[in-house]
Design a protein around this ligand. Structure first.
Ligand SMILES: Cc1cc2nc3c(=O)[nH]c(=O)nc-3n(C[C@H](O)[C@H](O)[C@H](O)COP(=O)(O)O)c2cc1C
Length: 150
């Protein structure tokens, strides 16, 4: 079966063509992986796929969907993420990817199990940054900032 044959993604050799899609867990603490991430991703590493893509991970605070997203916005986030990857790499040879993301207008939302696709109240939420039909210097500046963060 072709899906079980090895596959090269650039220089990365995947042991098969099965890829686990990114799945938001809304369980991070200040953008850092929680105990849940260790448990959940360990199970997925044991599943035998060629590639596992870690959930949508914001590259800026404004780009988070909810307050419980994973993020790579500060040094602590990077250190904690590295710790998680080192742990996962010991479990199996499944290759690990990450979905770097910017939520745009989907950001500043309540947790889906509280109220799905619903904006946070103004006093606890933040201003989202997304493309607009109206061209502005600020929009271009924001775009360039986020591009550099990626
Ligand atoms: C619990 C859950 C979380 C998800 N989180 C993400 C995510 O972080 N990023 C993303 O691009 N898609 C996310 N998705 C969408 C999945 O990655 C996938 O694209 C979707 O389930 C369709 O896949 P399928 O066609 O194989 O069913 C999520 C889906 C589920 C069920």
């Amino acid at each position: 079966m072709i899906s079980l044959k090895k596959f090269y993604l650039n220089k990365q050799k995947l042991k098969n063509r099965i890829c686990i899609a990114p799945m938001c867990q809304y369980s991070a603490n200040n953008g850092n992986p929680s105990e849940w991430h260790y448990f959940h991703l360990k199970k997925l590493m044991q599943a035998g796929s060629g590639l596992l893509i870690i959930e949508s991970t914001a590259i800026s605070k404004e780009g988070m969907i909810s307050k419980k997203d994973l993020s790579l916005c500060n040094k602590k986030n990077f250190l904690e993420f590295k710790k998680l990857i080192e742990y996962l790499r010991k479990i199996s040879d499944t290759k690990i990817g990450v979905q770097l993301s910017h939520s745009g207008r989907k950001g500043s939302s309540t947790l889906p199990w509280i109220k799905p696709n619903f904006p946070l109240k103004k006093n606890v939420g933040w201003k989202t940054i997304a493309p607009s039909r109206i061209p502005s210097t600020l929009a271009i500046k924001n775009f360039l900032i986020f591009l550099s963060l990626f």
